[in-house]
Design a protein around this ligand. Sequence first.
Ligand code: PMP
Length: 451
Amino acid sequence: ALRRTALADHYAAQNLAAPAAMDAFWMPFTANRQFRGTPRLLASAEGMYYRDVDGRQILDGTAGLWCCNAGHARPRIVEAVARQVATLDFAPNFQMGSPLPFVLAERLKAIAPRPLDHVFYTNSGSESVDTALKIALAYHRARGEGQRIRLIGRENAYHGVGFGGISVGGLPNNRKWFGPGLPAVDHLRHTLDIGRNAFSRGLPAHGVELAEDLERLVQLHDASTIAAVIIEPISGSAGVILPPPGYLQRIREICDRHGILLIFDEVITGFGRVGEPFAAQRFGVTPDMMTTAKGLTSGCVPMGAVFVSEMIHRAFMQGADSAIDLFHGYTYTGHPLACAAALATLDTYEEEGLFTRALELEAYWQEGLHALRGKPHVIDIRNYGLIGAVELAPQDGAPGARGYQVLERAFRKGLLVRITGDTVALSPPLIVERRHIDDIFSMLGEVLDGL
Ligand code: PMP
């Protein structure tokens, strides 16, 4: 059921042979058989908009997958990447290097909270998470505390799809197919509590006591066995779960008390999404490591970065001079194209003041979002920075069906949203203007009215 004409035209315009079928590409996190019946195919993007293969304009309500924070096809970024591929397309970074990763690391250090002064590059959020977990284990071992191997995540957390990430992650579907995962892992409860916090604006009032879960796990397992705790300051993929005020502070205090490292997974919250470079700064809580990706290059070239504190870094730098200090890395660590994209992206954020823009628009965003209260099936609305979520009551016996309907109908209307289950999540590029915000909520409102 390929829409032959539109697709064929599109492929022809690009001098490509149209595929005979659509099953050779096994799509990620997708109902592949269902998708082929109603393919949604994006062909181009510029600024706040995508165009699909039929030439229809689609307003980007989710910055791609929470990543295109600077908007699409920004000329400065496009030119930087094009120039770089023609100059130095690839350079190894094992025992040699090239200039850009060093330049970029200084720029990243300058916007990170102190003392997160060191940067390890990866290619994705999943790799950033697994890298941070490995650094945590190796850190304790380097200090003679090799028995600290336990990792603690949270229920409902999303930390990517590596074996480390799904082990500390807490989404059952992402775990149950793939065996036991890492051996010594435990989970805190998450802080989503619609019963007490429905329709909160900004951070939810109730639930700070849930941080005490960590103290309980420390008593259960003994602090001497625990390496690190990993937490999304705001979880995105699980449907936007916000921390009650004081929650992250308490987690930090408990970690400090017991010598446990605290990792913030800022893959979604990093690079301006909540009005500061990182959520750590907005919340006033500094972790020992931060995992990032997505907004680092505004999504245009895959790249991730783990920010590492001075204390952790120092523990690795005390070995004999000739020893490799961390036996870890990727062929594409510090890839020149990714570095060029990231530098041009940071320039764009800075020159256009996009992080403060997110803060300035927050109240307007919140008003528009909460105006959807009262629409059919809406049971909760959550927001922070330029993040929003509308949770719908699941259809009897068919959880997720309503969410999927919204995705499909919004796309047809010309709006890109993200769904997890029956929660509709929004996170527009930070170049969003009031008129786009109006359009997002009026289109979403119409879709909800039709449910
Ligand atoms: N951590 C978090 C908090 C994420 O939201 C994501 C992706 N949505 C990841 C990790 C994984 O990133 P990637 O898909 O780039 O591997």
